[in-house]
Design a binder for this molecule. Structure first.
Ligand code: ATP
Ligand code: MG
Length: 138
């Protein structure tokens, strides 16, 4: 089933000028980029985006990091896009990520891990709507 997911190239990767290489990997893997934008999140916007992690011990640090610099948000489309993008990203912790994944190659730590991907259809719908209006996706 053709599906859409929200991807973020996080501030660590943008700062290190890895965005181009990550976008190339996205295209080489067969995703269609349906929308893309550079953003600089405020702390409050990062907190809203990661609201499900509010109670986690890493929430404060994560939202400081996510608002520390520019990020690139994208809507990716493919068959089974949510799982396909998470597979390409690899495990949250780069020490546990498989060879050939983006996080294995580009992440610096479990927090500064280069990319984000939605984890389910409901979160993808929320996350796409957080950054893009319907008219951007036609
Ligand atoms: P994402 O939601 O960003 O795609 P994920 O689904 O692999 O990543 P989550 O459990 O949703 O992982 O955590 C969200 C983000 O919070 C992680 O990508 C990472 O940046 C940060 N994070 C997760 N676990 C930790 C941790 N133990 N210590 C520090 N930061 C963490
Ligand atoms: Mg997640």
């Amino acid at each position: 089933m053709v599906e859409r997911t929200l991807a973020i190239i996080k501030p660590d990767a943008v700062e290190r000028r890895l965005a181009g290489r990550i976008i190339q990997r996205i295209e080489d893997s067969g995703f269609r980029i349906r929308a893309m934008r550079r953003v600089r999140l405020t702390r409050a916007e990062a907190e809203g985006f990661y609201a499900v992690h509010r109670e986690r011990p890493f929430f404060a640090s994560l939202t400081v990091f996510m608002s520390s610099g520019a990020a690139i948000v994208l809507v990716l489309e493919a068959a089974d896009a949510i799982k396909k993008w998470r597979t390409l990203m690899g495990a949250t912790d780069p020490a546990k990520a498989d060879a050939g994944t983006l996080r294995k190659e580009f992440a610096q730590s479990i927090e500064r891990n280069a990319t984000h991907g939605s984890d389910a259809p409901e979160t993808a719908a929320f996350e796409i709507g957080y950054f893009f209006a319907g008219i951007d996706l036609i």
